[in-house]
Structures are given as C-alpha cells and as structure tokens.
Design a binder for this molecule. Sequence first.
Ligand code: PAF
Length: 283
Amino acid sequence: MTLLVPDRATMAEVRAGMTGRVAVVMTMGALHEGHRALMRDARKRAEHLIVTVFVNPLQFGPTEDFDRYPRTLDADLAICRAEGVDAVFAPTREDMYPTGQTSIKGAKVTVNPGPVGDILEGAFRPGFFGGVLTVVAKLLNVTRPDVTCFGEKDYQQLAMVRAMAADLSFPVEVVGVETVREADGLAKSSRNVYLSAAERAAAPGIHAAMQSGASLAGKGATAADVRAHVIAELPGGIDLDYVEVTSPDLGPAPESGPARLLFAGRLGATRLIDNIPLTVEAK
Ligand code: PAF
C-alpha cells in the first residue's frame, strides 16, 4: 500500500514505523520513466521506499517556470503505487517553508553550494544550487534515508548532492542512476511536455550531436575539438547556453581519460540539459 503523506509531522510518524533500510527518491512530480528507473534502483537497495513530490520554489529564478511547472499528483501517485512505493511525501509550501520563504533571495539560512555552484548550470541559473541543496538537506532531515538515488540527467546536481553529503556529514549513501532516454535519444524530462511538435522533432539532434562528439574523442580529438564539433552539429534553432567537456567531477577537462560532455540550451521557450560520459585520449 502506498501512503500519501501530506506534512512533516505525519512523515516523522510514518518514518518512525519503518524498520530496516530506507531509500528516498526526491522529485518535483510530473513523474516519467526516468523517475521510475530511480525508484526501481532505490527499491533494490532498501526495505522501504519513500518518494518526495515537491515543486521547490527556492530553486526557481524569478523568470523561470515555477507557476507553469507541471503538477500531476494523481498520475504521480498511480506511478508510485505501480512501483511499490511505501510513502509519497507531498508537503505544501507552507509546511516545508513555515517561515514563508518563497525564493532563495528571500530565504535566511540556506546551504552554500560553494564554487561548483557557480559554474555550468549555476552560471545560467543564479541561486539554483543553493535552492536545490537547501531543499535536499531539508528532505534528508525529514525522511532520514539510508540511501538516496539521483539521476545522472542532472549531472551537476548529483555531483553537488554527493559533495554536500560528504562535506556536511549527512549519513546517507548517494547513488547516481543512468539517464533514461526516449527511443530517439532525447533525455526524459518533465519539461519535454513544453516542446512544440517541431521542437520535439529537433530535440533528439542534441544527443546525436553529443554522441558524435564523444565518438571523436576516441579517435584522438582533444576536449576542445569535441566541444567545437558538438556546437557545429547541434540542430538549428538552439539558443545555446553551454557545451563543455569536464573531468567526471566537473573540474577542467583532462588531457586523457574519463570525462563528461555537458550541454544546456533552449529550444524555443524550453530549456533542455543533457550530458554523457566520454573518454579523451592525448594526441
Ligand atoms: O531533480 C529534481 O527534481 C529537483 O531538483 C529535486 C532534487 C527534487 C530538488 O527539488
């Protein structure tokens, strides 16, 4: 049976009744196959599975899509039931932020994401990682999991949650789960519903360009060559925020060895991100 848990006080009671290992998957709802993959992975790692559904105002900028972000709690609950989730924690904003915070700027005590919070996504979405890490810290405190699974789709988020857990001594194991894609390669995302038919048709070109760049890396291309190739191969109509090659932990690109290729840009009004692993070889 899947319990719908509407507030922190009830969550504390439900959590107290759980014996054995507890896993948590944190979401903003609008659940899709990518979230289901997180739930299935988490399910294998613990006796109990909690899914959190909360559209967190602190991680949205003033011009971002907080108001129009898809809210589909009934459909989300059906998915959680089908995945054997024990409890769905879906608090109100007032319950999560009882002193009234509605943005990272207006909040008082928050988690400082450090320098990695200012690069890549952080450079284009000021305050984003402060908002994400603050709510992740709160949700960890409320649900007290042994293990929590995050998608590699939000690669920088996963890296920052890992770093927060390590640096602030949260007693939780953070697990990364591979990105789930549509058959044509587009990474699953709750924001894909915003795409028009023409944008949806163009969107798989992002992953295709990234794969094409990554395959060059195996043939002696440098990180800079890969980056230039991906930018040239991207479908038309993309308003690019960045294409970057970094080390797996988001440092400078290595001259050789494992690396990460990351993309962010807008197709029409919809901002999309993606990333894949690659291996660069010294020339
Ligand atoms: O990845 C998300 O959906 C959100 O950033 C998270 C981790 C649920 C925090 O609001």
